[in-house]
Design a protein. Structure first.
Length: 239
């Protein structure tokens, strides 16, 4: 499931970026990462370019690019705002985008003592308060409201069925046995009520999406491809 449908190698990345941003022709290129959603190239000292790796992520990619400039002014931490938009052509069939690099390291790469964790927690709390206070009726992409729970992270019947299926395979292989309370926990989860209120959510907030500066402060929140309307609990995965 991690195999991409399209790979943007260095030659293609250089051609696409150079045509769209002539000032970056000949700039050093470095592959920064290859996730499930995107291939990311760093160009020169200050730019990142993201190219979708599969067609299913394109709608979320376009929502992220359109919505983040509107959210940025209301948020207490920097978020990536696309300054370059690449249109599909015969070389690469999907839209792509370029962003100024947000300085900082992923939280997953940072060693933190208790004092730092408290500081990060307070900063994250302020960020989420500001994000979740934005009126979801005022944020649109393509003229429509953001989708509700775009990847069904809080869709309990869907998640319970998937969990039972995956753990059932492990049980069938003899590498896991369901504990006595497993069935009751799944049944309780399946019956959880729909959320009373929908807010704007990042949608996939985890250790690799929170940046920390060299000074030890939160420096930014990245990777918003799952931005949506959902229960606020969706953004508490990191907590």
């Amino acid at each position: 499931m991690w195999n991409p449908e399209v790979v943007v190698d260095e030659e293609l990345a250089r051609a696409l970026i150079g045509d769209r941003v002539p000032g970056l022709r000949g700039a050093p290129l470095r592959l920064l990462g290859e996730g499930w959603d995107s291939t990311v190239w760093r160009a020169g000292d200050g730019w990142l370019f993201r190219f979708p790796r599969r067609e299913i992520v394109v709608p979320g990619f376009l929502r992220e690019v359109e919505v983040l400039p509107r959210l940025a002014a209301a948020l207490p931490l920097p978020v990536p705002v696309a300054e370059v938009r690449g249109e599909p052509d015969e070389r690469f069939r999907w839209p792509w985008a370029g962003f100024r690099i947000l300085p900082g390291r992923e939280l997953a790469e940072v060693s933190a003592d208790d004092e730092a964790r408290v500081r990060y927690g307070r900063g994250l709390g302020r960020f989420l308060r500001a994000l979740h206070d934005i009126d979801p009726a005022t944020v649109t992409a393509g003229g429509e409201l953001l989708p509700v729970d775009a990847v069904r992270r809080a869709d309990m019947p869907f998640r319970v069925a998937r969990t039972e299926e995956q753990l059932g395979r492990l049980a069938g292989l003899g590498v896991w046995r369901p504990p006595p309370a497993f069935a009751a926990v799944m049944e309780e989860a399946r019956g959880l009520a729909e959320p009373d209120e929908l807010v704007i959510c990042h949608g996939d907030l985890h250790l690799r999406h929170l940046l920390v500066s060299d000074a030890g402060d939160l420096a930014g929140v990245i990777d918003w491809i799952d931005v949506c309307r959902a229960d606020a609990c969706l953004d508490l995965l990191l907590y």
